[in-house]
Design a protein around this ligand. Structure first.
Ligand SMILES: [Zn+2]
Length: 108
């Protein structure tokens, strides 16, 4: 039985258009609370692709992007990431707004 296609999941390399051999080039590198991140390596052009799958009330949602992170680097950054709090965003906004370099225009 063939599994259903997931919208946006790459079947071929977006750089060189060669078809991925998922058994050799794909690895789930992160899983947490209904989210999975898959790292895909193209054996032909050596580009990398990250695909995030998340279960939500509407079903499975996926989003992907090209990356320059190899598998080990992607694993490192995914395990280091944390959520940015509203207070941190506000403090960056206040810092930039107080600077006299014209960044106030970014927020108006
Ligand atoms: Zn490629």
């Amino acid at each position: 039985m063939q599994s259903p296609a997931i919208q946006g999941y790459p079947t071929q390399c977006p750089v060189c258009s060669s078809h991925y051999n998922h058994s050799e080039e794909t690895e789930v590198i992160f899983e947490n609370r209904g989210e999975s991140v898959i790292h895909v390596s193209c054996q032909k052009c050596k580009s990398f692709f990250l695909f995030s799958l998340r279960m939500n009330p509407m079903g499975l949602a996926g989003i992907g992007m090209l990356t320059d992170l190899n598998r080990e680097e992607a694993i490192f950054f995914l395990n280091k990431r944390r959520r940015i709090s509203n207070e941190e965003i506000l403090s960056v906004y206040v810092e930039l707004k107080n600077e006299k370099v014209g960044v106030n225009n970014l927020f108006s």
